[in-house]
Design a binder for this molecule. Structure first.
Ligand SMILES: Cc1cc2nc3c(=O)[nH]c(=O)nc-3n(C[C@H](O)[C@H](O)[C@H](O)COP(=O)(O)OP(=O)(O)OC[C@H]3O[C@@H](n4cnc5c(N)ncnc54)[C@H](O)[C@@H]3O)c2cc1C
Length: 465
């Protein structure tokens, strides 16, 4: 593909006045800003960024790209670690103008434009004391997080993001607009619940809402030197806890500012970040078995707060523009040998922002079977993520070495595949392993909806020949 055939000038001419959004090419002011994604390690130069104003615009650009056999990327929130919301030389469909949010408190649903971030959705649903499960960071895009699965603070109580997805309005590779739900295009509806952006562009999502207003949340930290002891207690505690309680285990460094007490600023710690849906009294009861089994923590910062406040708690620490290197794996059990490896790498975090999280995958997430949606690892107990993070590009080597080394050392104790949303570009075998027994069905559905693999800037499912 030559860049000239997808230049902004050509696109302007061909899409004409019917295109309501913005077309941005390398010669346009604002191009450099428009091409930036969240992970500063990703520095791609698309030939054209088509910022679509409505689903018709999306359909036009899909057809434009398909007819020219151009490389096509879809950008939701732009958070993907591997940079799968952009590409070099091709066309980017930027959905950031698709921001409509309609909450229906009676029906307990929210309809969300394909370019929204979770913070925008949480703010709107929170006004009604309602929420739908997402992740742990408000700036992440609804699009990518949902289509890959969606693991977060409400997983144990309400399931994955996809478990609450009722329908999706989509533009297919053919340019056709369809609605995928249990009642129409059921195969597509199955595939997009975990299959990522492989099947089309989602222009709006309809989610089920739950009564989640004020939650009891925040971190409990112990010294990193107690990592093995805390993790050993946590691995027994979490799966036995009530569904109302979500607590992800973390190795982290205490940020140097409020609300953290000065005496622990910049201290390496291990701990749990909690989210309890219910009363303060019940939260204390649910957390007690872990807290009573362990030494006095450095900090127990748990308090009532709006769900949206917990979702936004990490936003300041992790703004756009840091260097990120991700690795991930699903985990069924954490044997003693794995605990020792965690303790070693946890103590060796190379930078202040580098971190390891173990997100629980049980409770409501286990109410569905692995074949009920494309998301295969329903019987895993945790999603582990090893994230090397730093603002300074000269630390790219150190953060990459740490997260790669950590994941590789633990991989023999993993369930085999990884959560696609937290992988880098790790090759086709890794993608297959992550979809396991669901891969063949996904490949057949891909062949019927996207036989030419137009949507391939993703953790790609190849259409079955
Ligand atoms: C700081 C941070 C915290 C995170 N925390 C969590 C977490 O708590 N839980 C969790 O599950 N994940 C988490 N993630 C991972 C996140 O789910 C993925 O990075 C996801 O890909 C981001 O979605 P996006 O829309 O922002 O990304 P983008 O980079 O815009 O897109 C990522 C992929 O999704 C596809 N895509 C996006 N929108 C659409 C759409 N509307 N239609 C079709 N395809 C689309 C793109 O084609 C691309 O392949 C986190 C990521 C970051 C950077």
């Amino acid at each position: 593909m030559s860049t000239s055939i997808t230049s902004a000038a050509t696109a302007r001419q061909e899409l004409g006045s019917e295109f309501a959004g913005e077309l941005i090419g390398p010669d346009d002011a604002g191009y450099d800003e428009a091409r930036q994604v969240y992970n500063a390690m990703i520095d791609r130069r698309p030939a054209l960024i088509a910022r679509c104003a409505n689903p018709d615009d999306v359909a036009k650009v899909v057809s434009f790209a398909r007819d020219r056999e151009a490389l096509l990327a879809i950008r939701g929130g732009g958070h993907n670690g591997a940079g799968l919301g952009t590409c070099d030389d091709g066309i980017v469909i930027d959905l950031s103008l698709l921001k409509d949010i309609e909450v229906d408190p009676e029906a307990r649903t929210v309809r969300v434009g394909g370019g929204c971030t979770w913070g925008e959705v949480d703010a709107a649903t929170g006004e009604h004391g309602l929420a739908t499960p997402s992740g742990i960071i408000a700036t992440t895009g609804v699009g990518g997080l949902t289509l890959g699965g969606g693991l977060g603070h409400l997983t144990r109580k309400c399931g994955l993001a996809i478990d609450n997805l009722l329908e999706a309005e989509m533009v297919l590779a053919s340019g056709e607009r369809v609605v995928a739900s249990a009642d129409g295009h059921a195969d597509l509806y199955w595939a997009i619940r975990g299959g990522g952006g492989n099947f089309g562009v989602v222009t709006s999502f309809l989610f089920r809402l739950h009564e989640v207003g004020t939650i009891i949340g925040g971190p409990t930290f112990w010294p990193v030197e107690q990592g093995a002891e805390v993790l050993s207690a946590y691995r027994e505690f979490m799966p036995a806890a009530p569904r109302e309680l979500n607590g992800f285990f973390a190795f982290a460094t205490v940020p140097p500012g409020p609300p953290f007490p000065e005496e622990i600023h910049l201290r390496k710690v291990c701990g749990v970040v909690w989210c309890f849906v219910g009363s303060e009294e019940d939260a204390a009861k649910a957390m007690a078995p872990l807290l009573e089994a362990l030494p006095e923590p450095l900090m127990h910062g748990v308090q009532p707060m709006p769900h949206a406040a917990l979702q936004g708690a990490f936003d300041e620490l992790y703004p756009k523009g840091d260097q990120w290197y991700w690795r991930a794996d699903f985990v069924n059990e954490i044997p003693d040998e794995a605990v020792e490896i965690h303790a070693k790498f946890g103590a060796e975090m190379p930078t202040m922002k580098s971190t390891m999280h173990l997100y629980p995958i049980d409770g409501a997430a286990h109410d569905l079977a692995s074949s009920d949606t494309a998301w295969n690892y329903r019987d895993a107990k945790w999603g582990a993520v090893f994230a090397g993070v730093d603002p300074d590009p000269s630390n790219v080597g150190a953060i990459g070495d740490w997260s790669r080394g950590y994941q590789e050392a633990l991989h023999p104790y993993s369930a085999g595949g990884a959560y696609v949303n937290m992988m880098m570009d790790e090759g086709q075998e890794r993608v297959r392993a992550s979809y396991g027994d669901n891969y063949e069905r996904l490949a057949r559905i891909k062949a019927s909806y996207d036989p030419e693999n137009l949507f391939r800037v993703n953790q790609n499912i190849k259409p079955r020949a």
